[in-house]
Design a protein around this ligand. Structure first.
Ligand code: LER
Ligand code: MN
Length: 283
């Protein structure tokens, strides 16, 4: 298999219904599936960091020779209403506490921590938006400082306008990274959201440059790459050109079923990687 980019599947021990997470419920089985499909990693989404024991995760990581590139934290927002932009300082504090605990787990297993849905929303009241943005960025900066002391990377993800109202594009996240100035704050680019928000996905990825820390690959319908109408050729070419060699992680719906979806995504990435490799060799 050509390996320009390592591939990861996504999994959660929770029985979630609508989330774009490929493998649900059986985390041991998810590690086995990812290894059997030749992946290099398994991105694990957790509601509470205590949903899985660090020691158990470390055993799976070692037994299956897989990395956990990042811990997904969105369930803190979608199931528990905890966000960094919440108007109630007590809820923001709870969100921060939950995320610190994710950082502790990440430090043990050599993972990063994703900030996606937990960014939250600023709301429609123009008078309050700048105050709430400042509070959210303060909380994020505090989390970055905590994570930096633990050698953990924080991955900030722009989401589409229906899920977030202040971090929608790569440029939005690069601005926040500049404002906060944390060396361990990186960008997580998700092609599903980018397809809605960016003028040019390949150009936006190029603009992220060395700030790009992780990539979620999903097609226009949030199914496996190749099952929608997104053109992944320029996306992967842009990543290859800018020297990105991090994970491509399938944060996708298990449609028509988890295994078929994973195989479809891998086939699509594989075919495009082969073309890129041939082009690099001047074939
Ligand atoms: C999180 O990575 C994400 O992309 C959100 O849309 C979760 O649904
Ligand atoms: Mn995502």
């Amino acid at each position: 298999m050509t390996r320009i980019f390592p591939i990861a599947l996504t999994a959660t021990p929770a029985q979630v219904r609508c989330a774009p997470i490929l493998l649900r419920g059986d985390l041991a089985g998810a590690f086995r599936t990812a290894a059997e499909l030749g992946c290099a990693g398994l991105e694990v989404h957790l509601r509470y960091p205590s949903d899985v024991q660090a020691g158990q995760l470390k055993r799976w990581i070692s037994d299956y020779g897989l990395a956990v590139p990042t811990i997904g934290t969105g369930m803190a927002a979608t199931l528990d209403g905890l966000t960094l932009a919440h108007p109630d300082p007590a809820i923001r504090r709870q969100a921060l506490e939950r995320l610190r605990a994710h950082v502790d787990l990440a430090a043990e297993i050599g993972s990063a921590v994703t900030i996606g849905s937990v960014s939250g929303r600023l709301g429609p009241d123009e008078a309050q938006r700048s105050e709430r943005r400042a509070a959210a960025l303060d909380a994020l900066a505090e989390l970055c400082r905590y994570a930096h002391a633990c050698s953990v990377t924080i991955l900030l993800e722009p989401l589409n306008r229906y899920e977030c109202d202040y971090l929608n594009t790569v440029a939005d996240v690069l601005n926040v990274a500049e404002e906060i100035g944390a060396p361990n704050l990186k960008l997580l680019a998700d092609t599903f959201h980018m397809n809605i928000e960016e003028t040019d996905i390949a150009a936006a990825l190029a603009a992220a440059g060395p700030r790009l820390g992780h990539v979620h690959l999903a097609d226009s319908n949030r199914q496996a790459p190749g099952r929608g109408h997104l053109d992944f050729a320029p996306v992967l070419a842009s990543l290859a050109r800018s020297g990105y060699r991090g994970f491509l992680s399938f944060e996708i719906l298990p449609v028509p079923d988890p295994l078929t979806a994973a195989q479809q995504g891998i086939r699509t990435v594989q075919a495009l990687s082969d073309i890129l490799t041939a082009a690099q060799k001047g074939e």
